[in-house]
Design a protein around this ligand. Structure first.
Ligand SMILES: [Zn+2]
Length: 687
């Protein structure tokens, strides 16, 4: 999860990082390589009828015969590509680590030093939690409300977020200004619902969580009875914070998380908590306007600050610190952390090898340094140009669609077209790389290097307040297998990581590329017009440009898609949350529709392409789309994602959109035997 996602809305990515999924394009003989590229014939299931279960038809054999690797919670197209990227990145890191003659301060040197410290197992094992001694001593030294507050500010600078979080980000209603933003945080479980749901499974996870927290205290040297007490104390505190927290669905309304106020207003909101002191401690003399995303949460946190005993806070802060750093300490900490977060919550059986974990940390701490080295090795100008052309074609298709839609008025249409025209497109990698010259990678220990990098990032973000916004910035790193739309910048972003097979293959035919990357590009474009994105204008401001009638019409259509997905039951008795996933579902449907239109435009006026493997271009389009979403997920992870993921499970990201599309029914001749298609009256048509 990126920091942006942590505080409610903002960027909407295609996938969650943990779900990085991808596919295989197999069935290739040398002579038929071009012809067959993009469809894995062997992965399909001939016994399933496309009109009854297209996901099963396109992926049945693959789903049945592809095990999830022991160290993963899910496996599919994105994960395969992600693992392929890891091989390239691994080599870069090994080479950089060996290059001890690289000039001090150079990107190679920083990346190499960081990676080497992470791979220094002997040192990491010998040190245990010792590198954090100074940090724990600070917590132990808390003696009053003021020093408690100072410690919270200090941990925030290390990008650990006890109680609440701080982030400098655009003012939703004035996208040219960066302001201070405060948001709810401070939990150790994946979402506030984990603390409040009262089904048996949730109760069991809470029990296992408290045991896990106690184990961590024991590893820090506390005796079992004391550790158990401390775990209960932390849990009680987190539960109180959770109960005061807004749900994910509530936070999807951008107006509900927009409460701009002055420092004086903020101080009045939480009597007893000095925000002047907090801002001074994190390093801002004059914060100016502050957006408090969830004021009710802050009121409760403020009350807790003045009533919860200091000792309890100290216990909670120790837990927050160890929880954030355990993965970078010696194996007892790493294993306990994995046992709970990897196995209990995610179903993974085995810890990932060290190099993969350190690689991920390097990507997170020095992402744009690593990205530069990655691009130099992998991403060519031709791929960039071809991807840009596809984006232009998708934009043109959406423009046609917006120009002809019958359910919006001319006034709304004008605004929508203006917004589409203004969407900025970023492809491949940033024009300007982030400057790491201020970051020293010399902490000695792996965990210290990580905390230094975190503080550097905090400082970089903080300094944006009051400065002009930097439109060249990227929200995810270059090797990432993902894409996003950012409503505040009104931009769509496709890093080099995802611009590879099976999502994008310069050698495959148009039908394949429009079905795979085309539907992804369409998805991101549609985010500008989903139930959240549509509330932002061409300049990235939260500003209503809809007529009352059009808005009413939109909401009727959105309610239909809510109902469609809420009826799906992907695991046991758990339904998809149609309100949580609404934006993504709208983007999935719109994206596929626009990609289909773009393919038709691309085919228009040319001789009709022949069938490949017996499939028409339209059939190949839908097959490539469905195969790009093939994925097996462990039940533990599936349960977690139902609560936390704004995307629907992969199967429904395919079945949901196509069951609304007559184009699909026509492509596969679904007449009579079309149990997958939704009845005409319930079909969703938005973009
Ligand atoms: Zn999305």
């Amino acid at each position: 999860m990126t920091r942006l996602q942590k505080f409610g809305i903002t960027i909407v990515s295609l996938l969650l990082a943990i779900n990085l999924a991808s596919s295989g394009l197999i069935a290739q003989t040398k002579s038929a390589e071009q012809r067959w590229r993009g469809i894995d014939i062997n992965g399909m299931a001939a016994t399933v009828k496309p009109c009854q279960d297209f996901y099963g038809y396109a992926n049945g054999q693959w789903l049945e015969h592809t095990p999830i690797p022991a160290d993963r919670s899910s496996w599919g197209s994105g994960a395969e590509l992600y693992e392929k990227n890891l091989v390239v990145l691994h080599q870069i890191l090994e080479d950089s680590a060996k290059d001890t003659k690289a000039p001090k301060g150079s990107v190679i040197r920083k990346v190499g030093d960081f990676y080497r410290a992470g791979m220094d197992e002997a040192r990491i094992e010998a040190e245990g939690a010792a590198p954090l001694k100074k940090e724990f001593a600070r917590i132990a030294a808390i003696k009053d409300a003021t020093s408690l507050q100072d410690e919270i500010a200090h941990l925030h600078r290390l990008t650990i977020s006890p109680v609440y979080g701080f982030f400098a980000y655009q003012d939703f209603k004035n996208s040219t200004r960066i302001i201070a933003q405060l948001y709810q945080a401070g939990l150790g479980l994946p979402d506030r619902d984990y603390y409040t749901n009262d089904d048996e499974k949730s109760k069991e996870i809470r029990k296992q969580y408290v045991e896990h927290v106690a184990k961590m205290f024991e590893l820090l040297g506390d005796n079992p009875a004391q550790a158990a007490n401390e775990a209960n104390t932390s849990m009680a505190l987190e539960t109180r914070l959770a109960k005061a927290s807004m749900t994910q669905v509530e936070q999807r309304d951008p107006n509900a998380v927009y409460h701009k106020m002055s420092l004086a207003d903020l101080n009045a909101l939480t009597p007893g908590y000095s925000w002047d002191r907090y801002f001074a401690s994190i390093g801002i003399a004059e914060p100016g306007d502050i957006n408090v995303a969830q004021p009710e949460f802050f009121k409760e946190a403020g009350r807790m600050m003045t009533t919860v005993p200091l000792n309890d806070w100290q216990t909670y802060l120790r837990w927050q610190l160890i929880n954030a750093t355990a993965g970078k300490l010696s194996s007892p900490f790493v294993n306990e952390d994995f046992h709970f977060n990897g196995t209990i919550l995610g179903g993974a059986k085995e810890l990932r090898p060290r190099w993969k974990r350190v690689l991920q940390a390097t990507d997170s701490d020095l992402g744009e340094a690593l990205g530069q080295l990655y691009v130099a090795k992998t991403f060519g100008g031709a791929a960039k140009a071809q991807a840009q052309t596809m984006v232009a074609n998708l934009k043109a298709a959406l423009c046609d669609r917006l120009s002809t839609l019958d359910w919006i008025s001319e006034d709304t249409r004008k605004h929508a077209l203006r917004k589409l025209d203004a969407i900025v497109v970023k492809v491949g990698y940033p024009d300007k790389w982030r400057d790491y010259s201020g970051l020293a990678v010399d902490g000695g220990s792996y965990v210290q290097n990580d905390l230094q990098a975190s503080e550097f990032e905090f400082e970089r973000n903080l300094k944006k307040i009051g400065k002009p916004i930097d439109r060249t910035e990227w929200g995810i790193t270059t090797p990432t297998v993902d894409a996003y739309y950012n409503p505040n910048f009104n931009e769509i972003v496709f890093p080099a990581g995802i611009l590879q097979p099976p999502f994008f293959d310069p050698k495959a035919d148009d039908a394949i590329n429009y079905g795979a990357i085309g539907s992804i590009i369409g998805h991101e474009l549609t985010h500008g017009f989903d139930d959240q994105g549509r509330q932002f204008d061409a300049d990235g401001n939260l500003k209503n440009w809809w007529t009352a009638d059009d808005e009413k019409n939109y909401n009727i259509r959105a309610a239909l898609i809510d109902k469609q997905y809420s009826d799906y039951v992907p695991i046991e008795s758990l339904h998809i949350n149609g309100k949580l996933t609404m934006g993504e579902n709208i983007a999935d449907l719109g994206g596929l529709k626009i990609a289909y239109l773009a393919l038709q435009k691309a085919l228009d006026g040319k001789p009709r392409p022949e069938k490949i493997g017996g499939f028409t271009p339209e059939q190949r389009f839908f097959l490539a789309f469905a195969q790009s979403w093939r994925r097996n997920t462990r039940p533990e992870m599936a349960r977690q994602l139902i609560v936390t993921d704004p995307h629907s499970p992969a199967r429904f990201r395919v079945l949901g959109p196509i069951s609304n599309m007559p184009e699909f029914l026509k492509a596969f001749g679904c007449e009579g035997d079309n149990s997958m298609a939704r009845p005409e009256a319930l079909r969703v048509k938005i973009w």
